[in-house]
Design a protein around this ligand. Structure first.
Ligand code: DGY
Length: 301
C-alpha cells in the first residue's frame, strides 16, 4: 500500500511518526526531519528512507544505521540543474538583472545612460569554490566558459578535484582573493556557520557570495550586516537559515538576490530525483543493495 503526502508543508514530528509506523519504506523530502524517534516509530518494519535530495542534513544518519535502516539520497541527477542555477545567480548578481527588473516595475527607470547600473564582467574574475564535489566542479566547468579562473578550497584541506587549470588554496586565501565565492559543501555540524562575520569582512569589498547549498552554512544575520554596510558587494541566495523565513534585514537590500530554494527545481531533474529514490526503494524491498546509499563517513588518514 502507498500512503501519499503531497509534499507541501512540513509534517510535524507527530504526523511523521504516525505516517512512518508500519511502513516498509519511506520516500522523504528535505523538509521531513527524521530523528531517532521517527525511526523508532517505524520499527520493526522500516527498511529504507529514500531522501529525494542530495543533501541529507534532515536525517539523523547515525540513528538510522544504529537501527539497521538504510538511507539513500539522489546524487548526480541534480548536478547540472544546480550548477546551471548557480551560474544564473552569479550572472544575475554581477550584472544586476533582478535589481534592474525591480527598478522597472516600480517605475524607476529614466532611460539609458552611459554610467547607469554598471555591473561587473565575469571574464578575468576568480571564482572561489568552497567544496569541490560534483556540483562545485560542474559550476567550475560552466564558469570557465565565461572566462573565470577557478580556485578551490575545502575547510578540512582535503582535495577532491585535480584539474590543471584550477588552483587549490586555503580557505582564508580563497576568501581574500576571490571575486565570487560560491558554497558547495554539505550542511554538517562542521559547516554550520562556516561563513561568519569574521569571514565576510575578509572578502574583497567588490566580491559577491553565492549560496546554493544549505542556508545554515552562512550566518544570515552577519551576511545582512555585511551587505548593508557594503563590506561585500552582493550576495545571491537560493537557501536560507530558517526556510521559508528569510532574515528580515535581507529583504530591503538591493544588493542581494533572493531565490526560493530552486537549485534542482526543473521538471526533468525532479523527475529523475523521484525516479532514483523509487529505484532505491524497489531495490531494497527486493533484497538488493541500494543504488545510492549514504555510507557512514570513514575516518580520513
Ligand atoms: C538537494 O537535493 O539537496 C537540493 O537542495 C534539493 O533542491
Amino acid at each position: 500500500m502507498i500512503d501519499l503526502h503531497d509534499g507541501h508543508g512540513d509534517l510535524s514530528p507527530d504526523e511523521l511518526r504516525t505516517r512512518v509506523a508500519g511502513a516498509d519504506a519511506v520516500m522523504a523530502l528535505l523538509t521531513n526531519r527524521f530523528d531517532a524517534s521517527v525511526f523508532d516509530a517505524g520499527a520493526p518494519t522500516l527498511k529504507i528512507v529514500a531522501n529525494v535530495a542530495v543533501g541529507y542534513d534532515n536525517i539523523d544518519i547515525a540513528a538510522a544505521h544504529a537501527r539497521g535502516i538504510i538511507v539513500t539520497n539522489t546524487p548526480d541527477v541534480l548536478t547540472d540543474a544546480t550548477a546551471d542555477l548557480t551560474l544564473g545567480l552569479i550572472l544575475d548578481i554581477m550584472r544586476r538583472l533582478t535589481e534592474g527588473d525591480r527598478l522597472i516595475r516600480r517605475d524607476g527607470w529614466r532611460g539609458w545612460a552611459f554610467d547607469f547600473m554598471l555591473g561587473r564582467d565575469l571574464r578575468g574574475k576568480q571564482l572561489g569554490i568552497i567544496g569541490a564535489g560534483r556540483i562545485g566542479r560542474a559550476v567550475a566547468a560552466r564558469a570557465r566558459a565565461f572566462g573565470m579562473s577557478i580556485a578551490y578550497a575545502a575547510r578540512d584541506g582535503h582535495r577532491t578535484a585535480d584539474e590543471p587549470d584550477a588552483r587549490w588554496m586555503s580557505f582564508d586565501e580563497l576568501l581574500v582573493s576571490s571575486d565570487v565565492v560560491s558554497l558547495h559543501v554539505p550542511l554538517t555540524p562542521a559547516t554550520r556557520h562556516l561563513i561568519t562575520q569574521k569571514d565576510l569582512v575578509r572578502m574583497k569589498r567588490s566580491a559577491v557570495l553565492v549560496n546554493t547549498t544549505r542556508g545554515p552554512v552562512v550566518d544570515e544575520a552577519a551576511l545582512a550586516w555585511a551587505l548593508r554596510e557594503h563590506r561585500i558587494a552582493g550576495a545571491a541566495l537560493d537557501v536560507f537559515e530558517r526556510e521559508p523565513v528569510v532574515h528580515p534585514d535581507l529583504i530591503p537590500l538591493e544588493n542581494v538576490l533572493l531565490v526560493p530554494h530552486l537549485g534542482s527545481a526543473t521538471v526533468e531533474t525532479r523527475t529523475a530525483m523521484a525516479d532514483l529514490a523509487a529505484r532505491n526503494i524497489l531495490a531494497v524491498l527486493a533484497g538488493q543493495p541500494p543504488l545510492t546509499p549514504i555510507v557512514p563517513a570513514a575516518p580520513r588518514d
